[in-house]
Design a binder for this molecule. Structure first.
Ligand code: NAD
Length: 475
């Protein structure tokens, strides 16, 4: 079916409707699952710079089939109700697909953080948090925000502290937001989580030769060329892990002020540092600079990894995209109309509702950690190390008694004898989540050809799970 460009929210609804057609549900339940439950708009004034400045923010709750509801808070001048509702709906389906027991929510503040000092941002953030918390739109058992574009650990720490001041006897207050700094109730591995999840998603995809062949590729991730759009939190970590741990080659990086390309591979860390020092990629010497960065989305590569903004691939450029495989690290980087153009051209898309679920997965671990008031691994790490040590000693003893000249390698001994700390456990839980999420999606994609693509399959799995949850508890 051909259709012109839709708004972001309509795009998500279009994809929902396409998948919902393949599921038999009681009358009215599909509609209940599709609609956004509520969107709260707040306008608040902050005294600053000799006057009062008014800000507009949103918190949208798409589905409360499970609580708390979960979703990031975005700071950008372009934030609007349509976008926040689209992102909240995506959160519902993302959580369901990767079996995170949360409903979907999202928030945003219309602000360009670069226009304000740190002190001003703290006052604005605390005031926004106050407005949301007093309506239970920040609450450990009802609504738990996280970082998104333009926000990070710092903003989450301010929000958590603000909530704590308003709820001084709530022992679980720290679980009111995730993505906090480690010293403020955060968890190891949260910052890297979404990029790490993108890595695990690609690794899982490449475990299925049939799926790889569907993208006209072969082999594993080693040596694959990747173009990344957006070297922020998600794009940087994904590019770093893919190049350093999987042997992929980052041949293009697109940022706001242009793009860099190098067929021999770009140094992700160097470019990240260059951006931090210079405010953009311009002037970096290790690659060819392209002023019209968007053009590089159409560059030759094996994998295209949009990790910046929604609508990056639209009807305007979809027919010229050359990558046979796209992984949506950002939310909504491909419009519904562009999705169909790419689909018709046989390009395989690993969809956002799965690909960037790493962030919410580790947020879930952080929330569980906050509620249990104990760091993961604290109880079992040394016990595990003791047992492994015992096993090595016993084997050495047996080998010696049997006169078998065997010696374990130092590398093996180091890896085997080390008990898992929080970071290892978080990565293990994330890897497991990403593997199972892909398997659930591909099972439908492979067994029901009429479904047509991974995105529709992912939505189908998610809608079925949300429906099961509603049906189990009753409306
Ligand atoms: P970020 O603000 O850290 O990074 C975004 C990057 O994209 C920045 O480097 C920015 O300069 C660049 N960018 C912005 N507009 C661009 C353009 N037109 N062309 C090229 N580059 C551009 O944000 P983030 O947290 O990395 O989020 C990126 C995307 O990933 C968003 O869609 C977000 O919703 C999604 N996401 C983020 C998380 C998370 O944990 N941070 C989780 C899930 C999904």
């Amino acid at each position: 079916m051909k259709h012109s460009e839709l708004s972001f929210r309509d795009s998500v609804e279009f994809m929902f409707n396409r998948a919902a057609k393949f599921i038999d549900l009681p009358t009215g339940l599909k509609e209940k699952i599709r609609v956004t439950n509520s969107t709260y708009t707040v306008r608040f004034g902050v005294r600053m710079r000799g006057g009062i400045k008014t800000f507009t923010g949103y918190r949208s709750v798409h589905s409360e089939h499970m609580e708390p509801v979960k979703g990031g808070i975005r700071y950008a001048p372009s934030v609007n109700q349509n976008e926040v509702e689209a992102l909240a709906a995506l959160m519902t389906f993302k959580c369901a697909l990767v079996e995170i027991p949360f409903g979907g929510s999202k928030g945003g503040l219309c602000i360009n953080p670069a226009d304000y000092s740190e002190d001003e941002l703290e006052i604005i953030t605390r005031r926004f948090a106050y407005e949301l918390a007093k309506r239970d739109l920040i609450n450990p058992s009802q609504n738990v925000p996280a970082p998104d574009m333009g926000t990070g650990e710092r903003e989450m720490a301010w929000m958590a502290d603000q909530y704590g001041r308003m709820n001084t006897t709530d022992i679980n207050a720290r679980a009111c937001v995730t993505g906090k700094p480690l010293g403020g109730g955060g968890i190891e591995g949260r910052i890297e989580a979404t990029g790490r999840g993108v890595q695990y998603a690609l690794e899982e995809f490449f475990r299925y030769p049939k799926d790889v062949a569907a993208a006209n590729l072969s082999g594993g991730l080693e040596g694959k060329t990747v173009i990344v759009q957006g070297l922020g939190n998600v794009g940087y970590h994904a590019a770093l892990f893919l190049s350093e741990e999987c042997g992929a080659k980052i041949t293009g990086i697109i940022e706001v002020d242009g793009a860099l390309s190098n067929d021999n591979g770009l140094d992700v860390n160097e470019i990240h540092q260059h951006i931090a020092n210079n405010g953009g990629i311009k002037g970096y010497k290790g690659g060819t600079y392209i002023e019209n960065g968007m053009k590089l989305l159409e560059g030759e590569c094996d994998i295209l990894l949009p990790a910046a903004i929604e609508g990056a691939i639209s009807t305007e450029n979809a027919s010229r995209i050359k990558a046979p495989l796209i992984i949506e690290a950002a939310n909504g980087p491909i419009t519904a109309a562009a999705n169909d153009i790419l689909r018709d051209r046989g390009i395989i898309i690993i969809p956002d509702l799965y690909a960037n679920a790493g962030g919410v997965t580790v947020s879930y671990f952080e929330w569980v950690k906050n509620l249990s008031h104990i760091r993961f691994g604290r109880m079992q790490r040394r016990e595990e190390e003791g047992r492994n040590q015992l096993l090595i000693e016993e084997l050495n003893h047996l080998f010696k008694n049997a006169n078998i000249p065997v010696e374990f390698s130092t590398k093996f001994l180091r890896r085997f004898s080390r008990g898992a700390g929080e970071l290892e456990l978080v990565r293990s839980g994330l890897d497991d989540t990403m593997r199972l999420g892909y398997q659930a999606m591909r099972e439908v994609w492979r067994s029901r050809p009429e479904v047509g693509d991974l995105r529709t399959a992912g939505f189908l799995v998610a809608i079925r799970r949300v429906a099961n949850s509603y049906q189990a508890k009753g409306m």
